[in-house]
Ligand binder design. Sequence first.
Ligand SMILES: [Ca+2]
Ligand SMILES: [Ca+2]
Ligand SMILES: [Ca+2]
Length: 235
Amino acid sequence: MRNYKNLIPISLLFFAILWLASCNQSVVSNPSGKIDTGKTSSSTNNVIVNNSTNATDSDGDWVPDNAEKLLWTDPNNPDTDGDGQNDKIDTNPTLAENFVPSVWIDGLKIKEILVENNVDPISKKIASDHLEVSLNNTSSKEIKNLTAYYKLSDLSGSTVQSFIVPLKNFVLKANSTENIHIDIKDWLNHFRADPNSLYYLSKNPLKVDVTVNAVWYKAATLSINKDAGWAELAD
Ligand SMILES: [Ca+2]
Ligand SMILES: [Ca+2]
Ligand SMILES: [Ca+2]
């Protein structure tokens, strides 16, 4: 008859190994004391990423998501204001200087800016409020490599924020008008907005200044005021 008594210590040893393994995972800490980006290949860091007490840093810029909100920065963009400096090292990560082109040719215009009461162009239903810019090309050539720059000024406070947004892959055809959208949707002709900017988090009235640049073309500018209230709700 088989001796089952010998199996008991073996089983205990097996469970002891499992217990020790779980203990190791729970006591591991980040030796550098820095925020774990979750994008390193180190197996030790991978354990830390799985630790529920570790701060999440979705865009890997060394600023955790919860701190990005306090800084008004975008948790999914490592360079929120688009000035080339990472949010962590940028002394003012929501204030970019405008790019001024050196050559000035007429042809690029801003026809209209919407900051609220947007309407979906296909369904014709009310869309969530966002910055929408109607661009007009009055020249006989298509315009490429456009960059939008917009500034948000709090009209009942002193905060000013500004952002550079490259309009990647957007082409404004000759003698045409087309709308671009700066919001948090990943659709055609939609470009990334900072979800923690004044536009989305402040109830105060805002002045919104928009400039659109393209190489060789005179910059197009237009301004609009946004009423007080929650911007993210259709109203
Ligand atoms: Ca971050
Ligand atoms: Ca960021
Ligand atoms: Ca920056």
